[in-house]
Write a protein that binds this ligand. Structure first.
Ligand code: ADP
Length: 453
């Protein structure tokens, strides 16, 4: 069947049924992204004033964390010089104060929970309960209207309120995003491509701080949920991961007892000890969402170095290597659903069968294309505006390889007792925005699948 016809009917089915999905619990990371578009002259002036020699030293090698203004400016230069993204935690309060004074051009919702809450609740109208580590007025103002709730304790009881009605005056967890275009110049440095440096002035999300409401009243909060998504574990380190992962285990057990399927939105986790510890919990999840870099990083800690290299060797990514990796991951952990996304196509390996798995992927791909095309998706009807974006031609050989290897038909095959679902995605050539597009893909596919069941 032609992919466009499948796209169209998948969208109509999900749209018609998305109202059936109950509340989705989202934990744990929400923050404020403060975007500053760098200005070459301004940056040069700041570097001169701070001490050029010292700043330039940090442009050679990134520090582990930022403890001074020269380190901040040097780290920004490090990114510019290489056209590479980097993210560092900002330790010193005087540097945080400096950053606040430097300011921002734009505030955006940040953190996977915040982004998914606005998409699911604010765009699709699916009710969500969000974990927001700190609810300042600035943070509350970034939530869209719609059925988005945070738990608030009143007389020892949990009440669900919209974040703007929480009345919180807590801290602002700000991630400063210093963006530069390709060709951006500072002194004799020139950026080979556009990118950004992120300085996180945030002690809460970086440590996966879990609010007292979620520690003390989790059973009550979980009671009203039908689905859950966990994210934000990526910043944990060998020093601080034990506490948060212990709480996560307790939460997963409560959700498991109630039969609530939980999706883990995996993000690149630098620390290998943490990556392994997350893998050990994977069996308690219904499913996991990841891209090629993340899947390769998991293969590495599973001792599958050759497979990890294969995953990063081709463009588009070799789908047979991806399938092998997913089979290994499912076999090792017992996780029931693995959703893989890459530039050009998605795959889902499930231990259950049905076209609804593929159709949910199609809905997610349409949502991702709409986001790339429009920048901001305001309602579910905006999603269909991506129908005119062509299906990626580079996915054709991928589909052929899957047909040849596994006898795939209309995006569905059976492999070692699992179902493998494939969709070619729609790629927007000049995207307006790709921030949080991975979160859009994973949450749309997960929720879409349960809408169609
Ligand atoms: P991020 O962390 O930035 O969200 P991910 O790797 O998780 O990054 O998600 C990026 C995904 O977005 C890619 O795998 C690809 O499927 C999709 N994508 C990226 N650019 C486009 C585009 N221009 N049009 C459609 N989809 C895109």
């Amino acid at each position: 069947m032609a992919w466009d016809a499948l796209y169209s009917s998948a969208f109509e089915s999900v749209k018609g049924r998305i109202g059936r999905v109950g509340k989705v619990l989202l934990a744990y990371n929400t923050n404020i992204d403060a975007v500053k578009y760098l200005d070459g002259r301004d940056l040069e002036g700041r570097i001169e004033k701070t001490g050029k020699d010292e700043v330039l030293r940090y442009a050679e090698e990134l520090p582990g964390r930022i403890e001074s203004v020269p380190q901040l400016l040097g780290s920004i230069l490090w990114s510019v010089k290489r056209g590479k993204a980097a993210e560092l935690f900002v330790e010193s309060c005087s540097t945080r104060f400096y950053m606040r004074g430097w300011g921002w051009d734009e505030l955006r919702m940040g953190g996977q929970v915040g982004i998914m809450a606005n998409l699911l609740g604010g765009v699709y109208g699916v009710p969500v309960i969000a974990h927001v580590p700190q609810l300042s007025r600035l943070q509350a103002g970034l939530f869209k209207d719609g059925p988005i709730y945070v738990p608030k304790l009143e007389g020892g009881k949990v009440k669900l309120v919209h974040p703007r009605n929480f009345g919180g005056d807590e801290e602002s967890c700000i991630h400063y995003i210093y963006e530069f275009p390709r060709g951006f110049r500072v002194f004799d440095f020139q950026a080979p491509r556009e990118n950004r440096f992120i300085g996180a002035t945030d002690d809460y999300n970086t440590n996966v701080y879990i609010r007292p409401e979620f520690h003390e009243h989790f059973e009550e909060i979980a009671e009203s949920a039908s689905l859950a998504v966990v994210s934000g574990l990526q910043a944990l380190t060998e020093e601080n991961y034990r506490g948060p992962l212990e709480t996560l285990r307790e939460h997963l057990e409560v959700l498991g007892e109630r039969g609530i399927p939980v999706h883990l939105e995996f993000a690149f986790t630098q620390d290998e000890t943490v990556r392994k510890a997350i893998m050990d919990l994977l069996g308690l999840f219904h499913g996991v969402g990841l891209n090629e870099v993340e899947l390769a990083s998991i293969m590495e800690v599973m001792g599958e170095k050759g497979l990890a290299e294969k995953l990063l060797a081709h463009d588009p990514v070799d789908p047979i290597a991806v399938t092998e990796a997913m089979l290994k991951l499912a076999g090792r952990t017992g996780v029931k659903r693995i959703h893989f996304h890459t530039y050009g196509y998605y795959l889902a390996l499930t231990d259950y069968k049905g076209e609804f798995v593929r159709d949910a992927l199609l809905f997610a791909a349409l949502a991702a294309a709409a986001k790339a095309k429009l920048g901001d998706v305001r309602s579910i009807d905006d999603v269909v505006r991506a129908m005119d974006v062509p299906v990626n031609v580079k996915a054709k050989p991928v589909e052929e390889a899957l047909s040849k290897e596994y006898g795939m038909k209309d995006g569905i095959a059976e492999v070692n007792g699992y179902q493998l679902a494939f969709v070619p995605t729609k790629i927007v050539v000049r995207p307006k925005s790709t921030v949080g597009i991975g979160d859009t893909i994973s949450s749309s596919a997960f929720v879409g699948e349960f809408a169609l069941r």
